[in-house]
Design a protein around this ligand. Structure first.
Ligand code: SF4
Length: 365
């Protein structure tokens, strides 16, 4: 979107809101899910909820990779961190994600070898600097991050390093949307689709939303005007009964996405059923390293044996929050036992988690 002045932006916002008002049936409640955590934050930052007419609700979805990382995965990461000859490499926002009995932050403070990285490529230097240790990188994230980590897996393979491995828990967005759209509750009326993920996969993988699920959907950027334009697009699709995959982020998201990144992902990974925290198994929603790259799968190279994992923390409703069935502030622990300083569930850990965003911005609105 080209740079415009604040005055111009205000004018465009007014026009979009007028169109939204005209497209919305007075007295009807429609619930659109913003799938992506970055959108959740942008919606708060730009005050979008307060601008929309009564009856148009924006519901936060499962688009925060840290939030949907399963508890068993965290227990595996903790088991690796407890091994003397292993260094666990991770992005910093994974540190406070709860495992059954502890988290990586506590393990680190008790002396476990946990190394924070800012770019996946750093694991190559880490592997070279620690030839007598095994490096286990916590490879989580949606399509946007998968493409970057896939490049790191390839770089490790080409480097000849034999002590760097990946504990993979990547998640694919379209299968999660299919599961949400087909929920028996039928509580959603459309999707604001994630901008960053769409840069990689393009429009085509969402094609089932209009054809199979008969729902409106629209890719959006992270500017307030782009989000409002997506809401207008969803309402227009509802009104006309003609559903398609809208794209209000065309400056960045090509119809075909990034074919180079998609080819790289196809080369390295095979699709598997996967468990999403609090939601359960979603068919064909995860990835596993395949072929020659399976040699870099941490679970194959350093088997762990059975992992005993408990259920979600008592009272935590992350699963219902991630599916848009309740708002974060409808969880009984929100703001009381569960805060940004003392998160009980994963949705309060990451800045892009629904509960963390509601805690930071939503309490005042
Ligand atoms: Fe879980 Fe805390 Fe969110 Fe409740 S407020 S759902 S305990 S993360």
């Amino acid at each position: 979107m080209k740079k415009i002045t604040l005055q111009e932006k205000t004018q465009v916002a007014k026009e979009l809101l007028k169109e939204i008002e005209a497209l919305h049936t007075h007295g009807e409640t429609v619930r659109f899910m913003e799938v992506c955590g970055t959108h959740t934050v942008a919606i708060f930052r730009e005050g979008i909820r307060q601008l929309l007419p009564k009856g148009i609700e924006l519901v936060s979805g499962p688009g925060c990779p840290v939030c949907v990382t399963d508890q068993v995965y965290m227990d595996k990461a903790l088991a690796y961190a407890a091994m003397d000859d292993v260094i666990v490499a991770t992005f910093g926002d994974m540190l406070k994600v709860p495992g059954t009995h502890s988290n990586l932050w506590e393990a680190k403070s008790q002396g476990a070898h946990i190394h924070i990285i800012y770019s996946p490529m750093e694991i190559i230097e880490l592997g070279k600097a620690n030839p007598n240790k095994k490096i286990v990188f916590l490879a989580i994230g949606f399509e946007t991050t998968i493409a970057v980590i896939a490049a790191a897996v390839k770089a490790v393979a080409m480097s000849g390093l034999t002590n760097v491995f990946f504990l993979v828990s990547h998640k694919l967005v379209p299968p999660a949307l299919r599961a949400l759209a087909k929920q028996k509750e039928g509580h959603l009326d459309g999707f604001i689709l994630p901008g960053h993920v769409s840069v990689i996969i393009g429009e085509e993988p969402y094609g089932f939303i209009p054809t199979e699920c008969h729902m409106p959907s629209c890719i959006a950027g992270f500017d307030g005007l782009e989000i409002l334009a997506a809401v207008r697009d969803l309402l227009a699709q509802r009104k006309s009964g003609h559903f398609y995959v809208g794209n209000q982020y065309k400056s960045v998201v090509a119809k075909t996405g990034n074919p180079v990144a998609v080819r790289l992902m196809d080369e390295l990974y095979e699709v598997i059923d996967d468990t999403w925290r609090g939601i359960g198994v979603i068919p064909q929603s995860g990835l596993r390293l395949k072929g020659a790259y399976a040699a870099f799968d941490a679970e194959k190279a350093i088997p762990l044996g059975p992992i005993e994992s408990g259920g979600v923390p008592k009272g935590c409703q992350c699963g219902r929050v991630l599916q848009g069935l309740i708002r974060p502030d409808e969880c009984g622990l929100f703001g009381k036992l569960c805060t940004a300083d003392h998160p009980v569930g994963a949705c309060m850990v990451s800045v892009e988690g629904s509960c963390a965003a509601w805690y930071k911005y939503g309490r005042a609105s």
